[in-house]
Design a protein around this ligand. Structure first.
Ligand code: UDX
Length: 437
């Protein structure tokens, strides 16, 4: 072990951005024994944090926050310039939303880089954790413009809903730096995780993030296409998943068919990868196909609902269960469930919907104004001519389907997530359509 190796804990860390990435990252770093200052320009968010309340729905986050507040090393500030004073490592975890042309809008990153530049400690390391296009580490380095400060890339691979578990035990840690010893110092912050470490250059590190998400997206489009094929030829996608998943080269995860893949990352990153490759003169047509297959998937689901509704959606009542892009999150960004709901409305259906994270009636978000959002799932099901499961919330499995059968107008269920027990439903008199069987 080199003599000058820093101790595993006790580093002074600033985290800029207290969102889906910054908050779990900051709390994990606190748990690893570092002293963390988190910064967010949203004061209300910070005052929530100081009171031990998580501003986002994320399993285990409030417990971790409570522990951090109890240990007393975790501090907050609304000013980035103040957060970086005394910090050896500064994590940039701010939003990089898609701009109108689909490219990442880096204005938050560039604004923060300019703001903190004069206040950074000599020898500080700035760590890009936000998902950023190739070359952003160089860009930030240029904006900071200080020879005594390093800028590295350390992409996050957090899944919403399990971000705490992913932060405490990541599958791997990737650090891209110009200088190997700087990369090692950043990786050492996470040494307690025991996770495998990949040290590389900055561009490779930035590309790894896009490649991982584009690969997952491609795997899912493959699965969804094969699920449709299973339905057409009388095969079973659930057995197919087991049959191919035991092959270690394929792996058992990410083989569940669904209404299409969504969320804040997979669609954005797969699209960005195709665009960045094209800008470099390379056609990544596999990922392009995965994207277009995902668009078709939503239409395939609407078509399935139309058939289940008896051939026409117009003026038929559809009960939609689930609006978020997956369970255990309140996120509806790029949610297939919400997109399919809107398509049903366009096709003339009357949609009643329930999602445990979406408020009812007058308070329903603007994009759901034409939907009757019900705070009680049974209320959403009343009078339905077809019931559609779009998000795999466990509570939908726990419903009393005997009571549901008496509530609906026609006992027909389209389960796009294979969440329910189809045999049980059939025994209760439902017509049940699973995904890929
Ligand atoms: C993803 C990546 O997993 C994570 O590593 C990255 O950092 C951010 O993007 P997340 O957006 O939280 O995380 O969603 P994820 O759990 O990966 O699911 C993505 C989409 O795929 C969802 O719409 C989900 O419902 C769908 N999915 C996932 C399936 O349809 N079937 C599966 O088997 C798995």
């Amino acid at each position: 072990m080199p003599e000058d190796r820093p101790p595993l804990a006790g580093r002074r860390v600033a985290v800029i951005g207290a969102g889906y990435v910054g908050l779990p990252t900051a709390l994990a770093l606190d748990r690893f024994g570092h002293s963390v200052m988190i910064c967010d320009r949203d004061d209300e968010r910070l005052s929530h944090l100081r009171r031990g309340l998580s501003p986002i729905l994320e399993t285990g986050l409030e417990e971790l926050l409570g522990e951090a507040l109890h240990r007393g090393q975790f501090r907050t500030t609304p000013r980035a310039a103040e957060a970086v004073v005394g910090a050896e490592f500064v994590f940039l975890c701010v939003d990089t939303p898609p701009a109108k042309d689909g490219s990442a809008d880096l204005s938050f990153i560039t604004a923060v880089a300019e703001e903190i530049a004069p206040h950074l400690e000599r020898g500080a390391v700035v760590v890009n954790k936000s998902t950023v296009p190739l070359g952003t580490a160089e860009l930030v380095e240029g904006l900071i413009g200080r020879g005594d400060v390093d800028v590295v890339s350390n992409p996050e691979f957090l899944r919403e809903g399990s971000a705490v578990a992913n932060s405490l035990r990541p599958d791997r840690i990737v650090v891209g730096a110009k200088d190997l010893t700087v990369a090692q110092r950043v990786a050492a912050l996470f040494e307690q995780t025991g996770s495998p470490v990949v040290l590389t250059d900055r561009r490779s590190s930035e590309l790894i993030k896009y490649a991982a998400n584009a690969f997952l997206a491609t795997k899912l489009s493959f699965v969804n296409s094969l699920a449709s094929m299973c339905e057409a030829v009388g095969a079973d996608a659930r057995d197919l998943a087991r049959g191919i998943g035991y092959d270690r080269r394929i792996g058992p995860d990410f083989l569940q068919p669904g209404p299409g893949w969504g969320g804040a990352c997979l669609p954005k990153d797969a699209t960005a990868l195709v665009a960045m490759a094209a800008a470099a003169g390379v056609e990544v047509d596999v990922v392009r196909a995965a994207l277009s297959s995902n668009d078709s998937q939503r239409d395939r689901v609407v078509e399935k609902i139309r058939v289940a509704a008896g051939g026409d959606l117009r003026d038929h009542t559809v009960a939609v269960l689930g609006l978020t892009f997956k369970s255990n999150t309140d996120d509806r960004r790029n949610s297939p469930a919400t997109a399919i709901t809107r398509k049903l409305i366009e096709r003339g259906a009357r949609v009643r919907a329930h999602d445990p994270t979406v408020k009812a009636a007058g308070e329903a978000p603007p994009d759901l104004q034409q939907v009757t959002v019900c705070e009680d799932p049974y209320e959403a099901l009343a009078g339905a001519e077809v019931v559609v499961i779009l998000t795999e919330w466990p509570l939908f499995r726990e419903l009393d389907y005997r009571a549901v059968r008496d509530l609906v107008a026609r006992p027909v269920v389209v389960d796009t997530r294979n969440l329910l027990d189809g045999d049980l439903l059939r025994s209760l008199g439902f017509t049940y359509f699973g995904a890929g069987h």
